[in-house]
Design a protein around this ligand. Structure first.
Ligand code: ATP
Ligand code: MG
Length: 378
């Protein structure tokens, strides 16, 4: 730490004052002692007897005096050192406080630029750690705020689009701008479809916000994952047939008993399989494979069809993200399915990722066989 000119002169002044005070103190003690000795003849006698009995000569008296004076000088130096050190520490503290004021004024990337010794340095280190964690908490807060704004923008957009159609078609009916009963039915049907779309969006959003919370309770049950996957494949068989696709479940040798919230897990696979049907355009086959590895089950849902570009792979699980820019009516999802799936898998202590090449697009899930029981998951 660099002292300012004023501080240096303060220290020198403190030194002079201390030396002066010690000198005055010694002088006062000496005068009092001399007065005391000369006003008590008994004491002078005793000193004389003491000197004689120990045969203390003038030379010895001289060396005792020397030792005594040296001791006094040492004591004076210790006091001087202690006073100067104390003052120096006060100055250090002043510097630290002014640096803290500077940081508190909003210069959060500023760091106290000097190193001090001992505990003071520990205090500075702790201050730096505190500032860092405060800054990262603020950054986190800002990101959450930003992501909430994005959520509101996306939701408003996704609700406004079908709502505009609904109002448009209902407006036509209200103004009797239809030629026939058939046209009227067409308008009401479109409004109905759009209203259903909105309902799905609202439900998905509700589900998304629910599973995003780490405290969401899981309704855990024991079940055989192989059976569940077979059931799911059977449920989608008809949809697959319509698209000239087949769903195949590759079974392991034995059952895979595991513990999870089946309703939520089914939601994950519903989305993965319906995605494979929706986006695996031109593909022929959807393959679901499950295997037990150690304490987890690894399940993959793959489909042949168009490749997902490398750049999109990481964003697939972001809410509202859809690979194709246009939110086409035909495949028109909300872009929440994979975000919900990821949150559900995370709630179970697992993870999910996607891989894609020219031949296959594959979603891989890792789920623990058993759930760790705690107060948050029951
Ligand atoms: P939602 O599931 O909410 O109805 P969505 O299907 O559009 O809507 P996600 O399931 O999150 O949303 O999928 C996000 C995007 O990832 C999709 O829009 C699609 O572009 C891409 N995608 C997902 N699965 C596949 C797949 N098997 N093959 C190719 N693209 C896929
Ligand atoms: Mg989907």
């Amino acid at each position: 730490m660099k002292l300012t000119r004023k501080e240096k002169s303060e220290l020198i002044f403190e030194g002079f004052i201390t030396v002066g005070l010690i000198y005055l103190l010694y002088l006062a003690v000496l005068i009092i002692f001399e007065r005391f000795v000369y006003t008590s003849p008994d004491l002078v006698n005793n000193i004389w007897i003491f000197k004689n009995s120990f045969t203390i000569g003038e030379r010895q008296v001289h060396s005792y005096k020397l030792i005594f004076v040296t001791l006094l000088v040492i004591v004076a130096m210790i006091v001087l050192f202690w006073r100067l050190k104390r003052r120096y520490k006060q100055m250090q503290l002043r510097h630290v406080i002014s640096e803290l004021h500077y940081i508190a004024e909003g210069h959060y990337d500023h760091r106290i630029p000097f190193e001090l010794s001992g505990d003071m340095n520990k205090v500075i280190d702790s201050i730096h750690v505190l500032v860092d964690s405060t800054v990262s908490a603020m950054e986190e807060e800002r990101k959450i705020e930003q992501s909430k704004d994005e959520l509101i923008t996306n939701v408003s957009h996704d609700i406004r689009t079908p709502l505009t159609s609904i109002i448009g078609y209902l407006g036509l009916i209200e103004d009797k701008q239809y030629q026939s009963q058939e046209e009227l039915l067409k308008y009401t049907h479109t409004a109905y479809i759009k209203a259903k779309q909105m309902k799905i969006l609202v439900e998905d959003l509700f589900e998304y916000t629910k599973v995003r919370q780490h405290t969401t309770p899981l309704n855990l049950t024991q079940f055989d994952m192989v059976k569940l996957l077979e059931q799911l494949a059977a449920d989608f068989e008809l949809d697959a047939k319509k698209k000239n696709m087949v769903i195949e479940v590759i079974q392991p040798d034995s059952e895979i008993m595991m513990e999870a919230d089946t309703e939520k897990i089914v939601r994950v696979f519903n989305n993965l399989i319906s995605n494979a049907l929706k986006y695996g355009v031109g593909g022929k086959k959807i393959t679901i494979e499950a295997q037990k590895v150690g304490k987890e089950v690894i399940i993959s849902v793959s489909n042949d069809g168009p490749e997902i570009p490398e750049a999109s792979l990481n964003q697939l699980f972001d809410r509202f993200y859809r690979v194709e820019e246009s939110r086409s009516q035909e495949t028109g999802g909300t872009g929440l399915g994979l975000a919900i799936a990821q949150s559900i898998v995370a709630l179970h202590g697992g993870y999910i990722y996607a891989k894609s090449d020219k031949e296959l697009t594959r979603f891989v899930l890792h789920l623990p066989l058993k759930q760790v029981q705690n107060s948050e998951t029951k």
